[in-house]
Design a binder for this molecule. Structure first.
Ligand code: COA
Length: 257
């Protein structure tokens, strides 16, 4: 198995485990990752997911270049769609997704990190969209999410030059939320995941859904949607519990309804 899953309470840790190829994502690994994420998406016992890579060198060094080198255009299309489905699942599942970027996050690795809600990096992390150096281009959402996460100019610079961006610069550009030592990275990511997983799952899902719209569509419609979700939350037991617990000066116990 190339995708390891560890559960601790309401947090799942997914580790891409192919360190001998710097955790490059073959279609077989992508299939396995999608299967795990789809199961987690439906599992009410999971509140947050952390994604990382095995070994000390890489988070994910991208799509599998050896596999891609023999693909036809039709097969390349299927590969792009599969990677995009994985990215879409990370971005839209009703629970938090956190990338713990422990090393190279290149090509598809950078793209999957971008699809996560939050990115934490080790000081050894390196980001890049080097597809241009292979005569191809990003195909798992990089041309869209990188610009939305950083800026159009910086995204174009990364994508057109294919240059590597170290963790400190990624932080300056807003590509990651924090830079940590390699020793503390996964622990901090799991801690943040546990913090979010302890909150009302309905509220987490709605916060994510509404915030995901911030860079898309019309702000007027998005604000109406926000108010709709805000009001729906007042029908939940969790909102009664959270608001009541504050008044009663106690810790809330959320049930996900
Ligand atoms: N696909 C398939 N295999 C990959 C890979 C990828 N994206 N990235 C690394 N590997 C494999 C290498 O082929 C090598 O395997 P081998 O030992 O059987 O030859 C192994 O991982 C180690 O990589 P290597 O290049 O020897 O390590 P390095 O430390 O010298 O260089 C990188 C590290 C990340 C700079 C280099 O591996 C690289 O440029 N990888 C490709 C990154 C990329 O272009 N990703 C986007 C793909 S669209």
């Amino acid at each position: 198995m190339s995708v390891d899953v560890r559960r601790d309470g309401r947090v799942a840790l997914i580790t891409i485990n192919r360190p001998e190829a710097l955790n490059a994502l073959s279609s077989a690994i992508l299939d396995e990752l999608l299967e795990e994420l789809t199961a987690m998406k439906r599992d009410a016992e999971i509140g947050a997911v952390v994604l990382t890579g095995a070994g000390e060198k890489a988070f994910i060094a991208g799509a599998d270049i050896h596999e891609m080198s023999t693909k036809t255009a039709l097969e390349a299309r299927e590969y792009a769609e599969l990677g995009q489905e994985v990215a879409h699942t990370l971005e839209t599942m009703r629970k938090a997704t956190i990338a713990a970027v422990n090393g190279y996050a290149l090509g598809g690795g950078c793209e999957l990190a971008l699809a996560c809600d939050i990115r934490l990096a080790s000081d050894r992390a390196v980001f890049g969209q080097p597809e241009i150096n292979l005569g191809i281009m990003p195909g798992w959402g990089g041309t869209q999410r990188l610009a939305r996460t950083t800026s159009l100019g910086f995204a174009k610079e990364m994508i057109l030059t294919g240059r590597n961006v170290p963790a400190a610069e990624a932080y300056e550009r807003g590509l990651v939320q924090a830079v940590l030592s390699p020793e503390e990275l996964v622990g901090k990511a799991l801690e943040m995941a546990a913090l979010i997983a302890a909150k009302s799952p309905v509220a987490v899902a709605y916060c994510k859904d509404s915030t995901n719209r911030a860079l898309h569509g019309d702000i007027g419609a998005n604000l109406v949607h926000e108010a709709d979700l805000f009001s729906i939350l007042f029908t939940t037991e969790d909102a009664k519990e959270g608001l009541g617990a504050f008044t009663e000066k106690r810790k809330p116990q959320f049930v996900g309804r």
